[in-house]
Design a protein around this ligand. Sequence first.
Ligand SMILES: [Fe+2]
Length: 313
Amino acid sequence: MTTAAAQKVSSESAITVIPQAGYIGAEIAGVDLSAELSDAVVAEIRQALLTWKVVFFRDQTIGHAEQIAFARRFGKVTPAHPYEENPPAGFPEILPIDSRRYGVQYGRKRTSYDSSWHTDVTALVNPPAFSILRADILPTHGGDTAWTNLVAAYENLPETVRAFADTLDAEHTFESRAAQGSARAETIARKPLRTFHPVVRVHPETGERALYVSPGFTRAARTIRGLGPRLSAHVLDALWEEATRAEYTVRFRWQPGSVAFWDNRATAHLAIPDAGHLDQDRVLYRVTIEGDVPRGVDGRLSESVEGDPFYGS
Ligand SMILES: [Fe+2]
């Protein structure tokens, strides 16, 4: 699939980058993720990722080992998730996003563990820099994922609002949505994660500023430091609305063998909850790459309140 917008990164480049939406998202063609990639191809993928925030690969035939090996080309690979206790045997880095588990964990059928806009695990003081998600089993229809460009959301704010947002810190917590009394709920209660992050973070590679809030991890505390509960709620509502405006988003239709690779430092995403009622399975596998501690525009760092940093290897 080639469009007029498809770009060769350079005349010698092996890959083709095909933009998918006005602000975010590109398909990368011409890469076999099961192969040993050259440093040049890895650099081109990284550059496309920094530019488009999420990139998509189609028709890949890789398993857990190849997915982890690919991720390692971009940084240290973390364990599956701070609360994952049953990763696939032999692959502690793999987080199954598996509808077959959620009936037990949440007491009802659902197609993803979280169906709100979020950036992965921002309750951590050093949330993952990147996530790589591979589709295996999919419903016949529905179950798409959307991503939003948090840099575009920030840059299109009026200057006075940007200057105000630059000064704010919001509380991110891991809110348990697991069924009460379940093993997962107990695990989360035993090891709480709570961090204040700058509402605007400076990207460590591009220098871009991103509006670093989304409902997933900020709605439970609903707290901006120093604003009080009422004003915090109003300001967060306004910022969430800006961060998730449809024009900043791209929506991806999964097929078996599809892979999405996104930059958590510049995006939030949403597993669109439109397939739970279909009663079909949806199974994807995620790996995450270690991230740094976010910095605000004045250089201040995020502050951990509860929980340890999450390191990879
Ligand atoms: Fe996620």
